[in-house]
Design a protein around this ligand. Structure first.
Ligand code: G3H
Ligand code: 13P
Ligand code: ZN
Length: 313
C-alpha cells in the first residue's frame, strides 16, 4: 500500500471518535518497533520526522527504512495506511524539501509569528502542498512549559484562542490544526496536578465542526517506564505527563492526531540502561537495541489502545 495523506484517515477518525497516534522516528529500531505494533494492533499509522531527525539519520535513510517497513507489513498480510509526516517544519523551504522528497503530509509550525504572518506562511505552504497532493498541519498558540504554569493570564495568552483558530483555518486553508490547551513537549509537563483546558477544546470544536485537531506534547510519561530508567542509573525524577484518561478523552473530542515522542525515548533508554547495568561485559549492540525495540513496540501498542485506533487499519 502506498503512503496515504492524513485527509481520509482524519475523516474516519473524526466520525469514529478516535485519534491516530503520530510517532517520532530517528532510527531503524524505533521504526521497526512502531510498525510491529501497528501490525499487531491493525492500526493506521502516522510516522513523523522532525528536522532534527532528518539531520541525524539523513532524510533518505529514514524514507527507505519506512518503505521497507511498509513492504514488511504488506508481506505479513496486514494492510496498514501510513502517513509520512514532517513534524514542526520551520519554514517553507523544509516543507518543500519534504514534499518533493516523498512525504505525504507536512507540518508548518509558524506559531511563533503573529497571527497574520502565521496565516501568510501557512497559506504559502498549503498552496504548494495541495498542488502536489500533500496535506498540511499548522499550529496556533504556544505549548506551555512548566514555568508558564505559574499564572493564569500567562496561560490564557499562550492557549489557542477559539475565534483566532476559526479565522486561521478559514484563511490559511490548512487541513488540520495543532492547538495549545496545556500540553507541552518533553518529560516535565506539569508541576502540580495535570490539567488540560477541555472547555477550550470544546469551544474550538464548536467553531470548527468536523475539522481535525492535533495534540502535540501528548506523552503520558508513564511511571513504570520512568521507574526503569531511574532504577538503572537514570535521573528523571519528578517527570509528569498527560494522564492516559485525558488522552482518551481528547481522542473522543475531535482530536484526530496525538503526538508521542518522549514516551518512546524513555522506553528505549530504560531498556538500554537496564541491559548495560545487568550485563556490563556485553558489547553486542543487538543485545541492548533488541530489548529497546521490543519496549517501543509495547509502548506504541498501549498508546493505540488508549487513542482508540487499534483495529481501525
Ligand atoms: O516536537 C518535538 C519532537 O519530540 C521532536 O524532537 O526536534 O528533538 O527531534 P526533536
Ligand atoms: P512529547 O514530547 O509529549 O512526546 O510530544 C511530542 C511531539 O509533540 C512531537 O511533535
Ligand atoms: Zn510537537
Amino acid at each position: 500500500m502506498p503512503l496515504v495523506t492524513s485527509k481520509e484517515l482524519f475523516q474516519k477518525a473524526y466520525k469514529g471518535g478516535y485519534a491516530i497516534g503520530a510517532f517520532n522516528v530517528n532510527n531503524m529500531e524505533i521504526i521497526q518497533g512502531i510498525f510491529e505494533a501497528a501490525i499487531e494492533e491493525k492500526s493506521p499509522l502516522i510516522i513523523q520526522v522532525s528536522s532534527g531527525a532528518r539531520k541525524y539519520a539523513r532524510h533518505e535513510y529514514l524514507i527507505h527504512l519506512i518503505q521497507a517497513s511498509m513492504e514488511m507489513a504488506e508481506a505479513s498480510g496486514v494492510s496498514i495506511p501510513v502517513v509520512l509526516h514532517l513534524d514542526h517544519g520551520d519554514d517553507f523551504d523544509i516543507c518543500k524539501k519534504c514534499i518533493d522528497g516523498g512525504f505525504s503530509s507536512v507540518m508548518i509550525d509558524a506559531s511563533k509569528h503573529p497571527l497574520q504572518e502565521n496565516i501568510r506562511i501557512t497559506r504559502e505552504v498549503v498552496e504548494y502542498a495541495h498542488s502536489k497532493g500533500v496535506t498540511v498541519e499548522a499550529e496556533l498558540g504556544k505549548l506551555a512549559g512548566v514555568e508558564d504554569e505559574v499564572n493564569v493570564s500567562a496561560k490564557d495568552a499562550t492557549y489557542t484562542d477559539p475565534q483566532e483558530a476559526k479565522e486561521f483555518v478559514d484563511k490559511s486553508g490548512c487541513d488540520s490544526l495543532a492547538i495549545a490547551i496545556g500540553t507541552s513537549h518533553g518529560a516535565y509537563k506539569f508541576k502540580g496536578e495535570p490539567k488540560l483546558a477541555f472547555d477550550r477544546l470544546q469551544q474550538i470544536q464548536d467553531l470548527l465542526p468536523n475539522f481535525p485537531l492535533v495534540l502535540h506534547g501528548a506523552s503520558s510519561v508513564p511511571q513504570d517506564l520512568t521507574d526503569i530508567c531511574n532504577k538503572y542509573g537514570g535521573a528523571i525524577p519528578g517527570s509528569r505527563g498527560v494522564p492516559e484518561e485525558m488522552i482518551a478523552q481528547a481522542a473522543k473530542t475531535g482530536v484526530c492526531k496525538i503526538n508521542v515522542d518522549t514516551d518512546l525515548r524513555i522506553a528505549l533508554t530504560g531498556q538500554i540502561r537496564k541491559a548495560f547495568f545487568e550485563n556490563p561485559a556485553e558489547f553486542d549492540p543487538r543485545k541492548y537495541l533488541g530489548p529497546a525495540r521490543d519496549a517501543i513496540r509495547e509502548v506504541v501498542k498501549r498508546k493505540m489502545r488508549i487513542m482508540g485506533c487499534s483495529g481501525k487499519a
